[in-house]
Design a protein around this ligand. Structure first.
Ligand SMILES: Nc1ncnc2c1ncn2[C@@H]1O[C@H](COP(=O)(O)OP(=O)(O)O)[C@@H](O)[C@H]1O
Ligand SMILES: [Mg+2]
Length: 276
């Protein structure tokens, strides 16, 4: 039996841009009525070129920004995305990882405190418990106890993204939204972080919304794929369906472009996993 963790219905977001000296006010229709559904332990990939509305949708799903219209359900509960009052429970349930982990990490905060902070704000756990949980999470994302007292600048890009993922998981969320999480990393590091995300998903039955413009990454990580084009979902289905028979002309153009990720090392891992 599959459980639906996330469901969006006809989500719309307009941005109203105030007029300047020579231009009148205008409206950008960033997201034009998008619907989707993600079951527990699965990954929905959202793919499309820059400006098609992916990050806008990510911010709506994670309740950072309000929607203009539409319905959202998380763990079957309706969330008011238009009025958007962020409750403590929802802050715990939905987490986001951005493309640039350095921008989202406080340079003056030690990693141990970065990981302990969500617990400090949202739970009653003692300092000792927070430390213990942070240490455990460091290990889960492939870092060690020795990293606990270090600052963000002492890490590589890939390690910083591991830290951002660790922080996102501290509150045991239902849903993780990843907005271009590996796009700023070197190819070999991309593969490592993708493998980590796949392992964490298996271990914790995590549900992902994974945003990317890179189809080789999407092909590896996705169960379902939604292709966005100028704010609309022009294609939506299982990964195999969408890749085997892209319906929309934009998707066919997109698929004709060269993939970037380190497919060889990703394939090697999949083979290893199958053998195990
Ligand atoms: N805060 C904002 N104010 C006005 N327009 C915005 C804002 N954020 C995004 N947009 C516009 O909405 C559209 C979608 O942007 P975005 O969601 O960032 O796309 P993507 O993440 O796919 O690159 C773009 O036309 C962008 O310029
Ligand atoms: Mg974006």
């Amino acid at each position: 039996m599959s459980t639906t963790v996330l469901e969006g219905k006809n989500i719309v977001r307009d941005y109203h841009i105030g007029g300047g000296l020579f231009t009148g006010p205008r409206t950008v229709h960033a997201v034009k009525g998008v619907s989707f559904k993600v079951d527990k332990g699965k990954t929905l990939a959202i793919v499309g070129e820059s400006g098609c509305g992916k990050s806008t949708l990510a911010r709506i799903i994670t309740l950072i920004d309000p929607a203009t219209a539409g319905d959202l359900f998380i763990d079957g509960n309706k969330v008011d995305i238009v009025r958007n009052p962020l409750t403590k429970e929802m802050r715990r349930k939905v987490q986001i990882v951005f493309q640039n982990p350095y921008g989202s990490l406080n340079p003056r905060q030690k990693i141990g405190d970065v990981l302990g902070e969500p617990l400090l704000i949202n739970t009653d756990k003692s300092a000792a418990e927070r430390r213990d949980l942070a240490m455990k999470m460091l290990k889960k994302v492939g870092l060690g106890h020795e990293h606990y007292n270090r600052y963000p600048h002492m890490f590589s890009g890939g390690q910083r993204q591991r830290i951002a993922i660790a922080r996102a998981l501290m509150l045991n969320p239902s849903l993780l939204v990843l907005d271009e999480p590996v796009s700023a990393l070197d190819l070999s590091v991309q593969a490592q972080v993708l493998n980590l995300l796949a392992d964490l998903q298996d271990e914790f039955q995590l549900t992902y919304v994974f945003i990317s413009h890179d189809l080789s990454v999407v092909r590896y990580i996705a169960d379902d794929v939604m292709v966005m084009y100028f704010g609309e979902a022009v294609e939506y289905g299982s990964r195999d369906e969408v890749f085997a028979d892209p319906k929309h002309s934009y998707t066919r153009t997109l698929f004709a472009a060269t993939p970037r990720a380190d497919v060889a090392s990703i394939k090697a891992r999949l083979a290893k996993k199958k053998a195990a």
